[in-house]
Design a protein around this ligand. Structure first.
Ligand SMILES: [Ca+2]
Ligand SMILES: [Ca+2]
Length: 320
């Protein structure tokens, strides 16, 4: 549905109900103990999982426990399925994940090779939904948002399980490391159709989206954002004449600096990165590699036509 809505040049008009804002704000307690970074086996899980994220895992402050009672590498507080060792699955470290509305892909940050992981499966609803964007937490738990639902998705089987209803259309989804928005918790943030930077909190299967400010400089809807501990928070912003990559203040979404305008790209709906490198994924297919320090494009991949809708990378990176 309305697959062109996120085009930078048309976002304002395509926002539909205008000021209605879809923000998914899920606060997850993410403790420092990151898992081993193990690969997500595609043969894992996806089976008889709980179909809705329990509230204890999403949105509520829990005690400072490091317990991982199902021993799957995801602490209970961050585990949507704390008694199921097959879910939620752990994403690879040092890998960019990106999505179309129907498929999950990965990008090797060294070789730039892209690989299809698979088609999203939707639970409990049997019908197809459309994935607007994805986000990864510090533990490698993958989340995704459709026009009306927040999911957690196994990054190997690509089966998605409903967490909460989402009241506002989300364009971009990212976790922000602890200490930036919340002093002790990692926080899920959304960029909504009106360009607001919103915290996502989940309770009783409902997502509440609380605006912390306007994303970027307030120039309308935006594409995506990512945030990595010790590196920064970055977003693709609609400047009105094309997209541009900005560094954001994660506390309120305001622009810290413009890094690299991308006037040739009108639909950078996916943004992720590693170290000093950002990867911008355009709705029309191109992938643009940007050096954040040199503030310039260092590589462009224009030979593919997958309609990128979002991207994600873990908020903690080790040994990169
Ligand atoms: Ca666990
Ligand atoms: Ca589990």
């Amino acid at each position: 549905m309305t697959t062109g809505r996120k085009l930078c040049a048309t976002r304002g008009a395509a926002a539909g109900t205008g000021r209605s804002v879809l923000v998914v704000g899920v606060l997850l307690l993410l403790l420092a103990a990151c898992g081993s970074g193990g690969a997500t086996g595609s043969d894992e899980g996806g089976g008889a999982a709980t179909e809705t994220l329990n509230d204890s895992a999403a949105g509520e402050s829990l005690g400072p426990s490091l317990s991982d009672r199902d021993d799957d590498g995801v602490p209970d507080e961050a585990d949507p399925f704390p008694d199921d060792p097959t879910l939620p699955g752990i994403a690879l470290e040092g890998v960019i994940y990106m999505n179309t509305t129907t498929q999950l892909w990965t990008l090797d940050v060294d070789t730039y090779k892209i690989s299809q992981v698979g088609y999203f499966g939707w639970h409990p609803t049997p019908y197809h939904n459309l994935m607007e964007d994805i986000a990864l937490d510090a533990h490698g738990v993958l989340y995704g948002v459709s026009p009306d639902t927040l999911y957690t998705c196994h990054p190997g089987t690509v089966q998605c399980y409903k967490i909460a209803d989402v009241p506002i259309w989300v364009y971009g989804l990212t976790f922000v490391p602890k200490g930036l928005v919340d002093p002790s918790n990692e926080v899920l943030m959304a960029i909504t159709s009106d360009g607001e930077w919103r915290r996502v909190d989940v309770s009783d299967g409902k997502a509440t989206l609380t605006s912390l400010g306007v994303c970027g400089f307030g120039g309308g809807g935006n594409g995506d954002a990512y945030s990595i501990e010790g590196i920064g928070t970055f977003a693709s912003v609609d400047t009105g004449w094309g997209c541009s990559i900005y560094e954001l203040n994660p506390a309120d979404g305001s622009a810290v600096r413009e890094i690299c305008p991308l006037p040739a790209y009108k639909g950078v709906f996916g943004l992720a990165g590693t170290g000093d490198t950002a990867f911008a994924f355009d709705w029309n297919g191109p992938i643009v590699v940007i050096d954040l320090e040199k503030k310039q494009i260092i590589h462009e991949m224009k030979d593919q036509w997958y309609p990128w809708a979002g991207a994600a990378v873990r908020t903690e990176q080790h040994g990169e």
